[in-house]
Design a protein around this ligand. Structure first.
Ligand code: FES
Length: 318
């Protein structure tokens, strides 16, 4: 997919540790259209690409808006955007992609955790525009860390948005079990946020017997994985028959790269699906947030940027 050069028209402090970047094409032309839930790849520099959801009104294509949280564990994505990118700078981005589209439903329940509000807010605006039935729950650590507060409070759907602050009293906390107690076949759930938040919402929905196809998720960072027990394993490249050992401290992508085999990567956290590789033999230890349970159970593909092996060997379709 070809990249688009954009200019940072505005960089606005949206909340504590969160900046919003307004991007416009450098040639003054419209940007490609997108739908609620879409994201773009932002090429922060030559070696770092990150995904950010678009959070502006999808009918306005003269600009894109992304919200960027400074990640304390940043490996060069959010910290570079916060510290090094200024108004007037140019960036390369991809065309919008949507792995998190809205489907038509009788009712929609939207759950946002922290900066996961970006696609969720876009969805709320879209649903309000088409007069659909929805409610939105927005969980953040504190009011100071709540992006788009003014925009939501001044919207036509503000009465359908429930804020839940970790620092607030118990009466305003998210009562997820009560909310999801009765699965509705025509109601769809959308959740975006940190891995732990997604697991909480998706896990509760599952425990309450919601149908898997009614629960949609988008994750910005993989849930922390316990890597203490990681073992070395071997991979075989099917086309050449060559074997390589993946030690506990390296990923499959890194080992292949060291041996001259490049796998395209983007998030490197099992979130985006860019690196998906077919597995011909052996059982992957899936550590991504990309596949559905059903896809994982097939064990015929994996994300080599973060996933490992449950068997001593994996044969890869490379
Ligand atoms: S690079 Fe994003 S899932 Fe592997």
């Amino acid at each position: 997919m070809s990249s688009i050069e954009v200019k940072v028209v505005q960089k606005i402090r949206e909340a504590e540790d969160i900046f919003c970047f307004e991007l416009a094409s450098t040639d003054g032309k419209s940007l490609p259209p997108f739908s609620a839930g879409a994201h773009i790849d932002v090429h922060v520099n030559d070696s770092v690409t990150r995904q950010y959801s678009l959070c502006n009104d999808a009918s306005l294509t003269h600009h894109y808006l992304i919200g960027v949280l400074r990640d304390p564990g940043s490996r060069g994505g959010s910290s570079a955007l916060h510290d090094k990118v200024a108004e007037g700078d140019t960036l390369k981005i991809s065309e919008p992609k949507n792995h998190f589209p809205l489907v038509t439903a009788r009712k929609t329940l939207l759950f946002a955790g922290g900066i996961g509000v970006t696609p969720i807010l876009c969805m709320a605006e879209r649903l309000a525009l088409i007069s659909a039935d929805f409610e939105m729950h927005y969980c953040t650590r504190s009011i100071e860390r709540t992006a788009f507060l003014k925009r939501i409070k001044s919207s036509s759907f503000s009465d359908r948005v429930h804020f839940h602050f970790d620092t607030g009293d118990d009466t305003q906390k998210l009562q997820l079990q009560a909310l999801l107690r009765t699965p509705e076949p025509d109601t769809h759930i959308y959740v975006c946020g940190p891995g732990g938040f997604i697991e909480y919402v998706v896990g509760t929905a599952k425990a309450m017997h919601w149908a898997e196809e009614n629960v949609h998720l988008e994750c910005f960072g993989a849930a922390p994985v316990d890597t203490l027990g990681d073992q070395a394993f071997r991979i075989q490249v099917a086309s050449t028959g060559d074997y390589y050992t993946v030690p506990p401290s390296r990923t499959v992508v890194q080992v292949l790269e060291e041996n001259g085999i490049d796998i395209p990567v983007s998030c490197e956290q099992g979130v985006c699906g860019t690196c998906i590789t077919r597995v011909l033999c052996g059982t992957p230890d899936h550590r991504d947030m990309y596949f559905t349970d059903e896809e994982r159970d097939k064990n015929d593909q994996f994300t080599p940027c973060c996933s490992r092996a449950k068997t001593a060997e994996l044969v890869l379709d490379l």
